[in-house]
Design a protein around this ligand. Structure first.
Ligand SMILES: [Zn+2]
Length: 67
């Protein structure tokens, strides 16, 4: 499993290496292993950082996603 972040929605997923990396949220090939920064949103409704980043659901997010 590889931790990959989506360059579109920024969420981090554990994706098997052999699989084509499709973001489960966006259904696009926007996942990248090249990401940095980690933002954990536990309560999206009450999270200041989550609101600022436009995050609407709980999860682990990357701050920066490369290609
Ligand atoms: Zn996505």
């Amino acid at each position: 499993m590889t931790e990959m972040a989506c360059s579109n929605c920024k969420e981090i997923f554990n994706i098997p290496k052999t699989k084509r990396p499709i973001c489960p949220n966006c259904k696009t090939l926007t996942l990248s292993e090249n990401w940095s920064g980690l933002l954990i949103v536990l309560d999206s409704a009450n999270s200041e950082v989550g609101r600022k980043a436009g995050i609407k659901k709980e999860g682990a997010y990357a701050i920066k996603v490369g290609r």
